[in-house]
Design a protein around this ligand. Structure first.
Ligand code: ZN
Length: 158
């Protein structure tokens, strides 16, 4: 398996990865961090009441593991004395909105890739260029944590 493919699969199966769809090779690196469309449409309709993680998943049309990923990433929740998790519908909506805005802040600068080790854009150390179809793939490593990083760029882009 090519290294680039392997890295993408590892990233997609990391706990907390929000998207259930397979990442497109060569696509913009941040697509898989986008919220599923059903979430964007349904989250504003969440009520100011407590939802269990599975109720929330059903309301938003996502698998329960997506909600668990959000909780790990810091979605506000309460834990009952019995150990059950509860999420306030309005707090959930506000958190999702903030996440959505935050992901657009991660726009990559020239020569940068998104590092899943640091969870932020980083320079690409020792970039290797590979061309395939419409895309050029830059593969290298993060100068901070050493994780493999990839970036797809279109021909003619830096
Ligand atoms: Zn890093």
């Amino acid at each position: 398996m090519p290294i680039a493919t392997q890295t993408l699969i590892e990233n997609a199966t990391r706990p907390g990865a929000a998207s259930s769809s397979a990442p497109r090779l060569g696509g913009p690196a941040l697509n898989r961090r986008k919220l599923p469309h059903s979430v964007i449409v349904r989250a504003p309709g969440l009520l100011p009441m407590r939802y269990s993680p599975s109720e929330l998943a059903r309301e938003l049309g996502v698998p329960a593991r997506v909600v668990r990923g959000w909780l790990k990433r810091g979605m506000p929740h309460e834990r009952s004395p019995q150990g059950h998790l509860w999420i306030d519908g309005r707090a959930c909506f506000r958190w999702l909105e903030a996440e959505r805005k935050d992901s657009t802040k991660h726009a990559l600068g020239t020569g940068e890739a998104f590092c899943f080790g640091c969870n932020r854009p980083t320079a690409i150390l020792d970039p290797v260029r590979r061309t395939g179809g419409k895309w050029i793939r830059l593969s290298g490593s993060c100068p901070v944590c050493g994780s493999k990083v990839n970036r797809g760029v279109r021909h003619g882009q830096p």
